[in-house]
Write a protein that binds this ligand. Structure first.
Ligand SMILES: [Zn+2]
Length: 365
């Protein structure tokens, strides 16, 4: 008798745990490329002691970023782990070590839930991380092929740089992808103003012909694109999945360029704030913030903690040392807010982030 009661109680626990969780309608995944734990700490000093928005989220975890060979990842393998839930080799974009495609979350939510999907980055749109959410190639350097796959992807909102990959006169194969964009129902915008004035069903926003400029020269790129993406994607009655990347945090850390880093991570912090405000206003939205790996081996001199006065960016930079110009294997942080966010606690593999999001969006059980 006692044993049966215990089993019943245990089943009840499982059910309340499973169904107690409110499932999100929308998911916003923000990726700080190269943003390790020290980069997040430095951000609060750059904000004159105000905390980074992500650190105010209720649930925190730690993500192991190593690739399939358990060695230091690049953004292709790191982005693919987040987008497909599978570890792979460096350079591979959403394909396994044998070159077979691994389905990504954009494809899955489009097919299974008919949700809206979007990506916003501050790099060339064919860079490894964004590519992991729409393309399948064995080399991240296949930019023209990645661009071609983007046009035929399930995405409804696209924003980033490097328009030239879509122009016949710039491509080696002279393929006119602008015509294909049209056929696929995309509307090309090449400026923030054009994007804000257009009422497009599927905006395809290319804000630079080649590599995008730094945050200091970009007119609030992430913020403007996020507001436009919300306008577009909230039209999808089944909800949406949006990936937003602070891409150039990585570029700045590769260069050990603290000023560039400061501008990029401050813009990313504002993007997190916008996602948070959207989720506060619409309580069906899960916001997850993480990184694909750490870049630069950044460390902060503990003496900075004793500084009483507010520091300006350059002064914060004086307390920073760089250990390398490459990626490191440091675990990165995960922060979550909204329905299902309690799942993003403790230690996890980067692939678990995909699995947790997918389980929460699995509306068939
Ligand atoms: Zn990198």
């Amino acid at each position: 008798m006692k044993k049966n009661l215990f089993i019943l109680f245990f089943i009840f626990l499982i059910f309340s745990y499973l169904y107690g969780q409110k499932a999100p309608k929308n998911v916003i995944l923000l990726i700080g490329d190269g943003m390790g734990p020290v980069q997040v700490e430095a951000l609060s000093y750059l904000k004159s002691g105000k905390p980074a928005v992500m650190t105010q989220f209720p649930y925190h975890g730690i993500s192991n970023t190593n690739n399939l060979r358990d060695s230091i990842t690049d953004s292709a393998a790191g982005g693919s782990a987040l987008s497909t839930g599978k570890k792979t080799l460096n350079g591979h974009v959403a394909t396994d070590e044998n070159g077979n495609p691994n389905e990504n979350i954009v494809e899955w939510v489009s097919r299974e839930n008919n949700m809206g999907t979007g990506i916003i980055v501050t790099s060339h749109i064919t860079d490894a991380t964004p590519a992991a959410f729409y393309a399948h190639v064995n080399s991240r350097k296949e930019h023209e092929e990645i661009a071609r796959q983007l046009v035929f992807s399930d995405l409804d909102f696209v924003a980033g740089g490097y328009l030239n990959y879509f122009l016949p006169e710039e491509r080696k194969d002279h393929l006119n992808l602008l015509d294909s964009l049209d056929i696929r129902g995309f509307t090309l915008n090449t400026s923030i103003a054009e994007m804000n004035n257009a009422v497009a069903a599927k905006p395809f926003v290319m804000l630079s012909e080649k590599y995008p400029p730094k945050a200091s020269e970009r007119e609030s790129w992430l913020q403007n694109c996020m507001y436009n993406a919300f306008d577009c994607l909230t039209r999808h009655t089944n909800g949406f999945f949006l990936m937003v990347e602070g891409s150039q945090i990585d570029w700045a850390c590769h260069d050990n360029d603290f000023d560039h880093f400061a501008d990029e991570i401050l813009e990313f912090d504002k993007a997190v704030q916008i996602a948070y405000e959207f989720a506060m206003a619409n309580d069906e939205t899960l916001v997850v913030v993480t990184a694909d790996h750490e870049t630069g081996g950044m460390s902060l001199d503990p003496a900075i903690k004793k500084v009483k006065k507010k520091l300006v960016s350059q002064e914060v930079g004086k307390y920073v040392t760089w250990g390398t110009k490459r990626h490191t294997g440091k675990p990165v942080n995960v922060y979550a807010f909204g329905p299902g966010s309690e799942l993003f606690q403790g230690e996890m593999e980067n692939t678990d982030i995909y699995l947790k999001i997918k389980n929460l969006l699995n509306r068939k059980h």
